[in-house]
Design a protein around this ligand. Structure first.
Ligand code: HPA
Length: 272
């Protein structure tokens, strides 16, 4: 079966189960899955049920789509994402994003947990992603042939468009939430970085580091989606503070700040 036929099969399966035609796709990162609890008329579909979709094994990831209404807007939400560090290929990681697009989502609101490289950030800060650096080691579009028969080469110069970031800033201001802004560098993981790597990433212009998002955004841009990314700083990156980094800490900070991020996202979606 061709890649395209597989996608159409997966999309047909999902469309049969969910009743809504989503306008917005939401990706909920580590410890941030509870936003899905606010979705009305929710229909959940485990990833394991969807043809060609790999199950999510990462800590704090439920591994299912939830479709319904958030702030009155039809959304499809990924409660948990796939990561390259789980052993999935770049193409497998972005397959659910392709499904969301097939179902109709035109915008992607993606969240993640990250380590703060910018020393003015604090644990618990919410950061609007202004741009990214792809250091994940691959690209989900490798070998992907477009409609004209050539390899696709999408322009990434406005991957996180200013007009969507302006909406997020405005909503945050209205809520009294401080929203920082910065560049996200995506790495493969699963080990956390060394202090030397973090110093190097700072020199490269990165403010945040994480193990997700970049492939999803590349695929979304190629499919013509507009992307808004919000990162939760769950720890300061390696070497910034003289203390170890743990996956548990990432989850705990996620849980502590989830209510704030949840209300922010709900209000942003209302404006999309
Ligand atoms: N590094 C990479 N990924 C992360 C981190 C980090 O410090 N924190 C949360 N995700």
């Amino acid at each position: 079966m061709s890649r395209q036929d597989g996608l159409l099969e997966g999309a047909a399966f999902l469309r049969d189960r969910v009743s809504c035609e989503p306008r917005v796709g939401l990706v909920l990162g580590s410890g941030l899955g509870q936003i899905a609890d606010l979705i009305e008329d929710a229909v959940a579909v485990p990833y394991a049920d969807v043809p060609h979709l790999r199950a999510s094994t990462a800590l704090g990831h439920a591994g299912r789509f939830v479709c319904g209404l958030l702030s009155g807007v039809p959304v499809i939400c990924m409660q948990g994402r796939l990561h390259p560090y789980e052993g999935y290929t770049a193409e497998e990681v972005v397959y659910p994003i392709r499904l969301m697009r097939q179902l109709g989502a035109e915008r992607l609101l993606t969240t993640n947990a990250s380590g703060g490289i910018n020393t003015s950030y604090r644990v618990g800060d919410l950061v609007l992603i202004s741009d990214h650096i792809n250091l994940m080691g691959g690209n989900p579009l490798t070998g992907r042939v477009g409609e004209t028969g050539g390899i696709v080469t999408p322009d990434m110069s406005k991957a996180y468009p200013e007009h969507l970031r302006a909406v997020a800033r405005e909503v945050a201001r209205g809520q009294g939430v401080t929203l920082r802004e910065g560049v996200y560098i995506g790495v493969l993981g699963p080990s956390f970085e060394t202090p030397a790597e973090i110093r190097a990433f700072r020199t490269l212009g990165a403010d945040l580091v994480g193990m997700s998002t970049v492939y999803e955004v590349i695929a979304a841009v190629e499919m013509g989606m507009e992307v808004l990314g919000i990162s939760l700083v769950t720890n300061m990156a390696a070497g910034v503070l003289d203390q170890p980094i743990s996956g548990e800490e990432v989850m705990q900070v996620g849980a502590r700040r989830a209510a704030l991020l949840t209300s922010l996202i709900r209000n942003i979606v209302a404006e999309l």
